[in-house]
Write a new protein. Structure first.
Lengths: 237, 434
């Protein structure tokens, strides 16, 4: 599903070159739930934004769903992002003056789906995250956990092949975090491919596989034995 | 997608009421100032006959010489001698010498009082040259011109007044002390500025009555328009005809610039002949001015007004630069939202289009308010302008559309850079920062 080989990302200024990712290789198979961990500034989020086609990489190869994404123009990258990737951010990133329904509608609008199809997908996504009754609410009227569920619904509505989550529980209290995590696990159980950046070892342990990044490089692959053989199975709670 | 952009634009207006209001006011003030002056300028200097303005020429011949007082520039009036010579030559597609006079008109029904009407003395070509629209009948014939027939064409207003039940053509009307047969009735004809007579008030309505030049000369109808003499002449009409007084306009219709060049050579040759004949004692000094050149030469619109209009548009540019700055600030504030949109699949083009749609909403708002300010500005101009000018200065449909169009187009242009800037933002950076 996601394959990066010897990938590098360099930020250059006039006087200094900073390697955010260096000789970075990772392979996430379809249906996998991978946790990406590492200290602050290690390159986790850079990896995620490159994986999500929000940022270009400097060298190496990146294949998304079997297609090389190098050299795609902005329209092609936007279309891929819209159709194949769902984002879940730490700070939810909902649009504050759109209600829940309209927030979930945003990616579907850019796909130019007919109104009836959009409504169907939005209702299904909201039902999936248990927020059907809150469709007309605005983000400010929801709890943090509910806002994150809306963000997940927005990510799900487009039927993405890959969910990218950046510290999805980072802004939530323990109880809400647990709820969101359970939701991600349910999605995974239903077949979603999930890559989750986190620095919480407990959450990372609930993924099938943990990829650790330090100084822009993958240094350690920890794969619980019970899951490697069957990547689509759900870890024990 | 357009509907979505419009919806988002309206949301943006609601979300940023103060900033949007500030932009709308900035745009509206610029639009109001420039449209007020532009509307007045267009009304006063507008081309009355755009389809033919490059084919109609005012012919001017210097029959006074360089030493005559007040002869610094060629007058739009020519002498009867020159007018007749040019007319007889028939070198244009159409041509007409003309002047203004007045008639006392006695209505046929005895219970109505006599009144005075303005009249244009002209050749039959006049109507076709200046696209005078006939409601019924037609111009008099060439034979009528030759035979000095007592025929007339009358305007719609006079026809309604004299013959309220219609059927004016073929009837007679008493103009002065003579009876004229009506051969044509014009539709209401708003030909302004009335360029064919630059010596009178340009912004008057067109005349009520039109009669053949040959007939008018035969009946010794004096001009009531401009008439200038380099020295005193006798009071007898024949003296005026023989004199070097300038009192007729002469217009010619020519098919193209080459014909205009040829016609100018012909007039120069004519002036040279007059010099050879001993009438002129100076080198040929002639001019051929098309409609717009004639209007410019008449300087009916003060230069100050043109300068003010340019200054107003300069002010509009300043207002738009201001609006551009405000838009940049507004979009900067919305970088988070735009980054989210990019993250979920909006292309740069779609972000650009959305920002332009939002700018258009500001433009429409600016147009509505600008229209109000323009109306106020024009109302003020009507208070301070001369009556015949003031009548022209109104907010017609053209001005309304121009105001809206100008507002939307200029604001959209002003939004190009902010929209481009917004579409180029790096969503990853913003989302990382969040």
């Amino acid at each position: 599903m996601l394959k990066m080989t010897h990938l590098s990302k360099v930020y250059r200024t006039e006087v200094v070159e900073t390697y955010a990712l260096r000789d970075f290789s990772i392979h996430v198979k379809e249906g996998e739930f991978v946790a990406v961990t590492g200290p602050s500034g290690s390159g986790k989020t850079t990896f995620l934004t490159i994986a999500g086609l929000l940022e270009e990489f400097t060298g190496g190869q990146y294949q998304l769903d079997g297609a090389d994404v190098h050299g795609l123009n902005d329209n092609q990258r936007s279309r891929l992002r819209n159709q194949k990737i769902g984002f879940i951010f730490q700070s939810f990133n909902l649009i504050p003056d759109l209600n829940v329904f309209d927030n979930v509608d945003v990616p579907l609008r850019y796909r130019r789906l007919p109104g009836a199809e959009r409504r169907k997908r939005i209702n299904e996504a909201l039902e999936r995250v248990g927020l059907s009754a809150r469709a007309k609410h605005y983000p400010a009227e929801l709890s943090g956990g509910q806002q994150q569920r809306v963000a997940i619904a927005r990510a799900l509505a487009g039927g993405p092949r890959l969910l990218l989550a950046d510290e999805p529980t980072g802004n939530l209290d323990t109880q809400m975090a647990r709820g969101v995590m359970q939701l991600l696990e349910e999605l995974h159980r239903d077949g979603a491919t999930i890559v989750m950046v986190t620095h919480d070892p407990e959450l990372a342990a609930r993924a099938q596989r943990e990829v650790r990044i330090v100084d822009g490089q993958v240094i350690d692959l920890a794969a619980p034995a019970r899951l490697v053989e069957n990547p689509t199975s759900h870890p024990a709670a | 997608m357009l509907g979505y952009y419009v919806g988002m634009a309206l949301r943006s207006v609601r979300r940023n009421v103060a900033l949007t209001a500030l932009m709308i006011v900035a745009v509206a003030v610029g639009i109001g100032a420039s449209m007020t002056l532009l509307t007045a300028l267009r009304a006063l200097s507008g081309d009355p006959i755009p389809a033919k303005s490059a084919r109609l020429y005012s012919v001017r011949v210097d029959n006074w010489g360089p030493d005559a007082p007040n002869n610094a520039m060629l007058s739009d009036l020519v002498s009867y001698t020159d007018a007749m010579a040019l007319l007889r030559a028939q070198r244009g597609i159409r041509q007409s010498a003309m002047y203004e006079t007045t008639f006392g008109i006695t209505p046929a029904s005895g219970d109505a009082n006599p009144f005075t009407a303005t009249a244009r003395v002209a050749g039959r070509d006049f109507f076709a040259m200046f696209d005078a629209p006939f409601a019924s009948g037609a111009a008099w014939s060439a034979a009528d011109d030759e035979q000095r027939a007592a025929v007339a064409v009358i305007g719609a207003h006079l026809a309604d007044r004299l013959f309220p039940n219609g059927g004016a053509v073929g009837r007679n009307v008493l103009l002065g002390e003579r009876s004229y047969r009506i051969v044509g009735v014009l539709k209401p004809w708003h030909f302004q500025p009335r360029v064919y007579d630059l010596s009178s008030r340009l912004y008057q309505e067109t005349e009520d009555v039109f009669v053949p030049l040959s007939t008018a000369v035969d009946r010794q109808l004096h001009t009531m328009g401009g008439s200038y003499c380099d020295h005193a002449v006798g009071t007898v009409f024949a003296d005026t005809l023989r004199s070097e007084c300038r009192w007729l306009q002469f217009w010619v219709e020519l098919p193209d610039p080459a014909a205009a060049k040829a016609y100018r050579r012909f007039v120069e040759n004519y002036a040279a002949q007059q010099r050879s004949a001993g009438r002129f004692h100076w080198p040929p000094n002639v001019a051929l001015l098309d409609v717009n050149a004639a209007l410019r030469a008449a300087k009916m619109v003060p230069d100050e007004m043109r300068v003010s209009t340019v200054a107003a548009f300069g002010f509009l540019v300043v207002c738009l630069v201001n609006a551009t700055g405000l838009m940049l600030a507004m979009l900067e504030r919305r970088a988070g939202e735009l980054s989210i949109r990019r993250a979920v699949g909006a292309s740069r083009g779609q972000i650009f289009a959305q920002c332009l749609a939002e700018a258009s909403a500001v433009g429409i708002g600016g147009g509505v308010l600008g229209l109000g300010l323009t109306a106020l500005g024009l109302a003020f101009e009507r208070l301070i302008l001369r009556e015949d000018y003031a009548r022209l200065v109104d907010l017609n449909l053209d001005a309304v559309w121009t105001t809206f169009g100008l507002a939307v187009i200029t604001v959209t242009v002003a939004a190009l850079y902010p929209a481009w800037n917004a579409s180029r933002l790096q969503p990853a950076w913003k989302l990382k920062a969040e």
